[in-house]
Design a protein around this ligand. Sequence first.
Ligand code: EPU
Length: 419
Amino acid sequence: MDALLITGQQRLRGEVAVAGAKNAALPILASTLLGGEECVLGNLPRVRDVFTMYTLLRMIGASVKCEGHCAVIKTADVHSTEAPYDLVKTMRASVLVLGPLLARFGQAMVSLPGGCAIGPRPVNFHLDGLTKLGAHIRLEHGYILAEASKLHGARIDLALPTVTGTENLMMAACLADGTTVINNAAKEPEVVDLARSLVRRGAKIHGAGSERIVVQGVSRLQGMDYSVIPDRIEAGTLLMAGAITGGDVHVKHCHPGHLDAVLSKLGECGVEIHEGRTSIRVRAPRRLRAVNVQTFPYPGFPTDLQAQMMALMCVAEGTSVISETVFENRFLHVSELQRMGASILVEGARAVIQGLPALSGAPVMASDLRASAGLVVAGLAAQGETRVSRIYHLERGYERLEEKLQVLGASIKRVPAPV
Ligand code: EPU
C-alpha cells in the first residue's frame, strides 16, 4: 500500500499527454463478448480497473493478449457466463458483462455489486431494462441470474440517464430481435465511443450522444480494430493541477469538446484557456476566483471532477457552493481537506467553501478514486508536505499520475506506506 508524498506550492508548467478513457475502455472490453471474432483495441489505459476487466474476460474463457496500450481479445472459446463476487466486489463496472453475456449466450450470472464509498449505486435500471427486452431475472444468493432464449426489441424509458445502464442495454439490444428505443439515455462521450465501436462491428445504432438511442438488432457482430477516446477526467484533473498552482500547463491528446462545462468554470475562475484541436493549454493567475459548481450528467459538470474542483475552491478568493446531484454521498474527501485546514461546511448535497490563502500539508487518506485525485490536487497547492495514503484507489483510474505531475515540475514521489 504505497502513498504519495507531495511538497506543495511548486508552479506546474510544461506539456503532458492524456491516456485512453477508463470509462470507455471498460464497456468496449465487455462488448467483445457480443461476438466471437477477434477484437484489436488501442489506446487502452494501463490502470487497475482495465486489468480487472482483462482478468474477468480471461476467467470466463476469453483470450486477452496485451502489449502496452493495445489488447487483442478473442471470445470464441468463452466457457462460462459467470462474473463472481470476488471480482465484482473489486470493480462495480464488472456488471457491464451482464448485457453482452445474456444477449449472446442466453444466460448470465453476475454478482450484485455491493456497497460503494460514493453512495448506494443500485443496478435496478439495468435489470428493469433487460426485463423489458424479454429477460427473466432473479436475484439469488447475492447474484443476478438472467435468462432469455432470445431478447426482443422494446421501448425502455430510463428514470435516470444511467451511464453503465445505458451501455448494458445498448449492448444487449444489438443482438435482440427487432428495434429497441432507449429514452432518457446517458449522453456521455464514453457511451458514444461504445456505440461507435459497435457500429464498426456491424451493429445498427442511431442517436448515441442524444437522449434517444435507437438500436436495430442484428444476428451477429464482426471483429474490430478500434482505438478508445482520450480520458476527459484525467485531462480535467491535469488542467486543475495546473490551475491550482498558478501554472501554465499544456494537456495534449484530449478532446476539448468533451470538457466544455469544465473549461467554462475554469474560465470563470480567472484561468486563461487556449483550446487546440486535440489539446488544451491553461495559464492560471496566482489566485483563482471562487465559483459555484453543480454536478450533472453530461454535458454538465462531471461528478468525477467534483473533488478536484473542490480542492481549487479551498484556496480560491471568496466563497463557493458545490452541489453534488449525481451521487448521494460523494463528499468523503471533505473531512480530509478539512485536515489540511480547508474551511468547508456540508449541508446535505451542498458544500459551502470559504477560500483561504493556502492549505497546510497533512497526512490524508484516499477513500475512492476521484477523492484521491482531489487530495493530490490539494496537496500540490498546500504549504509543506502532504502524504496521500491508500493510493491504490488512484491507480484504479489514473495511469502514472505522479510521473506526469513530476514532468510538469511537481515535487511528488511514491513512498511505501508506514506499517
Ligand atoms: N442509479 C440507480 N439505479 C441504477 C443505476 C443508477 O439508482 O440502476 C443511480 C446511481 O445510484 C447514481 C445515478 O443513478 O445516483 C447515476 O449513476 P450511473 O449509473 O450513471 O453511474 P455508473 O454508470 O455506475 C458511471 C461511471 C462513474 C461516474 C458515473 C456518473 C463507469 C464505469 N463509471 O458510473 O465513474 O461517476 O457514471 O458519471 O463508467 C469513476 O470513474 O470514478 C466513476 C465512479
